[in-house]
Design a protein around this ligand. Structure first.
Ligand code: HEM
Length: 501
């Protein structure tokens, strides 16, 4: 082969690569001029390099300044539409809710709950049936006002005892908060709780937490599906951890199956078995009630119900430790309204500053910044932009919770922004940490109850300070660790009993 021929081959290859890149980068033009515009990406990787090491939700807001509230970008092999700001999010999830509320194919989900259950199910009859049934059961066994209040308050007693056991010495509150929250959801799902020093449950919670953390790093396999087959690394670790979790849940389901009594339906698993049984006995269609969905519903509730609320509580404790004036004002309000009693849900209306503070903690921590990915189930449009069926829709909840047009100085922690002139709570529609529309968080009511009761009961009893030996400054402590959720850096506190003499 001569030098000249080699050069020709090079030229052909380079021309081919450039054409491929141009076709690939401009592929959104295929859908016509109403498809959202977006940044040019690199060959193969698209815009992925823009997100390395940063906080993707912030980067997407920066991009939105140039391309508008609805724009497209290529991530690896995937063309994604990003929706920034409350107006666009509402248009997509509420006004076009019928078409924008499915879930995309995600390798990590195929390898865990396999798109059964609720969280990762496609928008269709199975999702609808499982979600409606679960909401109904949660209302009976968990979210019904007095039942949940009793369950949360009972767990608060254990939680306060666990905090008290540190005797004013420093500790990282992650485990006690996570175990407390996991116990509440466990009691609703399986009807049981676990001691805070139970070694198996401790390990299980650590693995679940690890999986949420690792899920951020394997998100790349959503954009390069071939990466899911690498036999080592984070994907393997997630799958291995999930197998331990699967065994634990299957064990609980099996125990329920063995001891099933149709006259004693007291938790989600027994209610599900009861529904399956009834359908069989009455010779009705089983619908989508089957073992795979039972496992996935239980798994969804346990994982979604533990990680999110406990992470919010970790932020709450950190904010109270770093903002002692806010903490004192909440305690003063509690002392005035509750006295030496125990805070209950009935006190909520009389505690506007406390409620405003919880809203501000949820806004600032914005723990699920990019929601759970949505997908278009039909051709549709968002704010006049054409969105073809199966497009992945990335909903930037963080952008709505931090929009300077809604929130003055959004980076400042300021509970008073939620109080009107008369000191009453005023909650703008833009406060959407649980998302909105048909796929809005199924546990929203339960989570709000947990946050209110646990925060008020802890602050009523303890004063929290950052541990003396903690040497990170405030800015570093408040810098989130980004995974699927935004969680706080590990930190230590001291909790002193306010009523001890
Ligand atoms: C502070 C606590 C919580 C926050 C901030 C939160 C937030 C969210 C968000 C943003 C979504 C995605 C909604 C969407 O795709 O548009 C979601 C979905 C979901 N959450 Fe929560 N969540 C919390 C607590 C809980 C709890 C306690 C449970 C369990 C009872 C739960 C169960 C679920 C389920 C099952 C879904 C999937 C809904 C569906 O796809 O139809 N969450 N949550």
């Amino acid at each position: 082969m001569t030098f000249f021929e080699l050069t020709n081959i090079h030229i052909i290859l380079i021309t081919f690569a450039v054409c491929l890149w141009a076709a690939y980068s401009l592929s959104y033009l295929w859908y016509g001029r109403h498809f959202p515009d977006g940044p040019f990406g690199w060959p193969l990787v698209g815009c992925l390099p823009s997100f390395v090491g940063g906080q993707p939700h912030r980067k997407l807001v920066d991009m939105g300044r140039r391309y508008g509230p609805v724009f497209s970008l290529r991530l690896g092999t995937q063309l994604v539409v990003v929706v920034n700001g409350y107006r666009a999010i509402r248009d997509a999830l509420v006004k076009k809710g019928e078409f924008c509320n499915s879930r995309p194919h995600m390798p990590i989900m195929e390898r865990t709950t396999r798109r059964n259950g609720i969280v990762n199910a496609v928008f269709g009859p199975s999702w609808k049936e499982q979600r409606t049934f679960t909401l109904h059961v949660l209302r009976n066994f968990g979210m019904g006002r007095s039942i949940v209040e009793d369950r949360v308050s009972e767990e608060c007693l254990h939680l306060k005892k666990a905090i008290e056991s540190f005797d004013g010495n420093s500790f990282d509150p992650t485990h006690v908060l996570t175990n407390g929250i996991a116990n509440i959801i466990s009691s609703i799902i399986f009807g049981g709780r676990f001691e805070y020093d139970d070694p198996f449950f401790r390990t299980l919670l650590r693995l679940c937490n690890k999986n949420f953390e690792l899920a951020g790093s394997v998100a790349i396999s959503n954009f390069f599906p071939v990466l899911q087959y690498i036999p080592f690394g984070p994907m393997r670790e997630i799958v291995d951890n999930f197998e331990i979790y699967r065994k634990f849940l299957n064990g609980k389901i099996e125990e329920h199956r063995q001891s099933f009594d149709p006259d004693n339906v007291h938790d989600v698993v027994s209610a599900y078995l009861h529904e399956m049984n009834n359908r069989k006995e009455e010779q009705r269609e089983p619908g989508h009630f089957n073992d795979d969905n039972l496992f996935a519903v239980v798994s969804d509730l346990f994982a979604a119900g533990t990680e999110t609320t406990s992470t919010t509580l970790r932020w709450a404790v950190l904010y109270f430790a770093l903002y002692p004036d806010v903490q004192k004002r909440v305690q003063a309000e509690l002392d005035e309204v509750v006295g030496m009693g125990t805070p209950t849900l009935a006190n909520r209306r009389q505690l506007p500053y406390t409620e405003a503070t919880i809203h501000e903690i949820q806004r600032m921590s914005s723990i699920v910044p990019l929601c759970i990915p949505h997908a278009a189930s039909e051709n549709t449009e968002i704010l006049g932009h054409y969105i073809p069926k199966d497009t992945v829709i990335m909903v930037n909840l963080w952008s709505a919770l931090n929009d300077p047009d809604t929130w003055t100085n959004p980076e400042q922690f300021n509970p008073e922004r939620f109080l009107d002139d008369k000191g009453q709570v005023e909650k703008p529609d833009e406060l959407i940490p649980f998302s909105i529309g048909r796929r809005v968080c199924l546990g929203e009511q339960l989570a709000k109850t947990e946050l209110f009761l646990i925060i008020t009961q802890i602050l009523h009893q303890f004063t929290i300070t950052i541990a003396e030996e903690e040497n990170q400054d405030m800015a570093s402590l408040l810098k989130p660790v980004a995974g699927i959720t935004l969680s706080p850096q590990p930190y230590k506190i001291q909790a002193v009993n306010r009523h001890a003499l």
